[in-house]
Ligand binder design. Structure first.
Ligand code: BTN
Length: 269
């Protein structure tokens, strides 16, 4: 039995129809508790900080997000009625070595969904950007709350450009939307259901068959073997993108050996 909770003017002002999503949602725990907001600052921020929301798998969806957070302190722009903006709360199985795999799993879930529904040529860029050819269609931000060494809440935030016809402004990676790539207006309800179904399926695989998750990611990353530059704050490193390790971290090879990279922006050299 799913539980839907609506805040704000909710469905009256939104073109998002929860029933259309519900009919396609086949999950056991992701989205069983689904919270819909008209507008929030950031779905990640709300889900991280509101300790009254406890259920593993809770999805917090916002029709509009006005202070969307991106990786490396960037901002994420949501366009009401055109974007998908939501975060998923995980409170179980949060061993440290799994966290990065969960972040890769989210990007694979989005990629698989875009392939299933629109047959698009989807590529993954480390750590978890989803591109169509060279343009970014989805960003993922994973944040957590810890007590001592234990991670108590992990929030996986996903922003997808669905029906934006144009993009204005300056972007780190040139953006695109599903509409621009497929030439058609897409159903946000159908897409979020597919992403949640895929995410739950891949999360289960992390435990049973983590190698298959890593291989799914590798098969969609076209940068492995390329010469790259990694910028993390003030530090820039160069080398060959050797592979990802068993936890999904980037292995960068240079003349002195192989270094593990935990964070940063990757570009071709
Ligand atoms: C990035 O590519 O830099 C990550 C962007 C992540 C955006 C999503 S939208 C839903 C969730 N809430 C946020 O404030 N950010 C994430």
């Amino acid at each position: 039995m799913r539980h839907y909770c609506l805040f704000g003017e909710s469905m009256r002002k939104s073109n998002f129809v929860i029933e259309e999503m519900d009919i396609k949602l086949k999950t056991n725990f992701i989205g069983t508790n689904f919270i819909f907001y008209d507008e929030v600052d950031s779905t990640n921020q709300l889900l991280l900080n509101d300790n009254s929301i406890k259920d593993h798998g809770t999805v917090l969806f916002a029709d509009n997000q006005v202070k969307g957070r991106g990786r490396l302190d960037r901002e994420w722009i949501t366009v009401k009625d055109s974007s998908l903006t939501f975060s998923i709360l995980l409170t179980e199985n949060l061993e440290a070595h799994r966290i990065n795999l969960i972040s890769l799993a989210a990007s694979i879930a989005v990629a698989q969904s875009l392939e299933n529904l629109y047959q698009l040529d989807v590529r993954l860029k480390w750590p978890n950007d989803v591109l169509i050819k060279t343009r970014k269609v989805c960003g993922i931000l994973v944040e957590s709350v810890s007590k001592g060494d234990a991670i108590e809440r992990l929030v996986v935030g996903i922003g997808v450009n669905v029906n934006q016809p144009i993009f204005e402004g300056q972007f780190n990676i040139p953006p695109t939307s599903i509409r621009k790539e497929s030439g058609k207006v897409s159903s946000r309800e159908r897409l979020i259901a597919e992403i949640l179904n895929e995410f739950e399926r891949i999360l289960k695989k992390i435990k049973k068959d983590p190698d298959s998750v890593l291989n799914s990611w590798r098969s969609r990353c076209k940068m492995i073997g390329d010469n790259i530059k990694v910028v993390d704050g003030k530090e820039t490193t160069y080398g060959t993108f050797e592979d990802i390790d068993k936890n999904g971290f980037l292995l960068l090879k240079d003349k002195d050996g192989v270094n593990k990279i935990f964070n940063g922006d990757v570009t071709l050299r």
